[in-house]
Design a protein around this ligand. Structure first.
Ligand code: SAM
Length: 409
């Protein structure tokens, strides 16, 4: 089953999901499929109305997308009805922020109609929470005002003039405010927040991931930035409310579970004791996803974190990091994964490319599985990995993706 991917994502297994499903079916005992590194949930979506799923990821924003799609009773409102309900609060907050950021809006309007040199200069001079103490102070005050209009300006203080235009940042904050302050929509908050994040991802000025925003270093990029900055987040949000569909039937969704945890910690606990098969699609490069998707994580949390640098991101120590992305720890991370899955007595279906970080570390899946789990099947696929300008600096990279089916010994 193919449903739109809510956010463009590095390493998504959409093209491989049907093969993962087939191989998981061949291995599974009774019980749900637990996807340890679910990302955008392509493998869970493929299991609609089949085996139940437990999705897990270390990043919390992925979970709101998973809850909106893979859990929940039938929605009782159409997207157009939701929009009508949100409109008054959205408009009121947009008016409030338009007044608060009048000067910034006026400057930006001139820049968008001006030269690329003017845009470059503007983007270099924009004040935000990472480079200006008065903005950082305003962020600290806003953090304490989450019940009123002043508490809903995080995108304006953090991302305007970079990832988003000032006008878009106002819309982003106003939608978030309307979701929190419109009566009768609380039970739909996962759906609405998922659509909001998805809309933020459609208009973001970035190469796909959000480690940094694009700068107008050429005429082509300048015109791309201007055209992205002109797009309406509210209009995108309307489309995304339609796109964030519930997957499968209510009975299937009822039994699914969405978790946010480090995969190795999760394997150590009891929550996966009933899993029929474990699926693992760990990261395979040095790129920590928390760095590459920090904007969505921060927007979802909406807690006005302290941010630094050109990327306007939280400090590396404050972001989730995993040994699967560290050359010095990747081997030990795999060993722990094999040992803990084996201890659960469950089969493991593992996706990992031939040229992943493990091979850079001088080892392989086969070597590390030996003596811990038995590889009973191994299929390989030529696959176009989207790096989205990640560490290798190329858009796509031809890779051999492998799926291994491993059984406890
Ligand atoms: C290759 S992507 C998975 C893509 C996913 N299969 C899909 O189709 O969208 C790896 C995912 O693992 C998550 N991740 C990285 N380290 C993790 C860890 N130790 N525990 C849980 N999730 C982790 C990342 O946030 C990312 O979403």
């Amino acid at each position: 089953m193919t449903t739109p991917v809510p956010i463009r994502y590095m390493g998504t297994k959409r093209q491989l999901a049907q093969h993962v499903k087939r191989l998981a079916a061949s291995a599974a005992r009774k019980g749900p499929l637990a996807d340890l590194f679910c990302g955008m949930g392509s493998v869970a979506a493929e299991h609609a109305d089949g085996r139940h799923v437990i999705t897990n990821d270390a990043l919390a924003f992925t979970a709101v997308l998973a809850r909106a799609r893979f859990t929940g009773v039938l929605r009782g409102l159409a997207p157009s009805e939701v929009i009508e309900k949100l409109k008054p609060a959205f408009r009121a907050q947009a008016r409030y922020l338009t007044a608060a950021y009048r000067a910034e809006l006026a400057t930006e309007a001139k820049v968008i109609d001006g030269t690329s040199a003017a845009l470059l200069q503007h983007m270099g001079e924009v004040r935000h929470a990472a480079n200006d103490s008065s903005f950082a102070r305003r962020a600290a005050i806003a953090r304490g005002k989450i019940d009123d209009a002043g508490g809903y300006q995080m995108a304006c203080l953090y991302y305007a003039g970079g990832y988003y235009s000032q006008r878009q940042a106002i819309e982003i904050d106003a939608i978030r405010y309307s979701i929190a302050h419109t009566r009768g929509l609380k039970k739909y908050s996962d759906w609405l927040l998922a659509a909001w994040l998805s809309a933020c991802s459609k208009v973001i000025n970035s190469p796909g991931h959000t480690a940094q925003f694009l700068k107008p270093n050429s005429l082509a990029i300048a015109s791309r930035i201007k055209s992205f900055w002109r797009r309406s987040v509210w209009e995108e949000f309307k489309l995304c409310l339609v796109d964030i569909e519930q997957v499968g039937k209510p009975a299937w969704r009822h039994e699914n579970l969405v978790l946010v945890s480090d995969a190795l910690t999760l394997l150590r606990g009891k929550r996966l004791a009933q899993a029929g098969v474990i699926y693992a699609d760990p990261p395979y490069t040095k790129d920590q996803y928390s760095r590459f998707y920090h904007v969505y994580e921060a927007l979802y949390e909406y807690s006005y974190p302290t941010v630094f640098g050109k990327g306007r991101s939280v400090a590396p120590e404050a972001r989730f990091s995993t040994g699967f992305c560290l050359i010095s720890q990747v081997e030990e991370s795999f060993i722990q994964m094999f040992e803990r899955v084996a201890a659960l007595g469950a089969p493991l279906v593992l996706s990992y490319p031939t040229a992943g970080l493990l091979s850079d570390a001088g080892t392989s899946v086969e070597t590390l599985a030996a003596g811990r789990m038995k590889i009973v099947k191994h299929e390989s696929f030529a696959f176009d990995h989207s790096t989205m300008g990640g560490s290798k600096g190329k858009k796509t990279k031809l890779a051999t993706e492998n799926i291994y089916v491993c059984e406890p010994i």
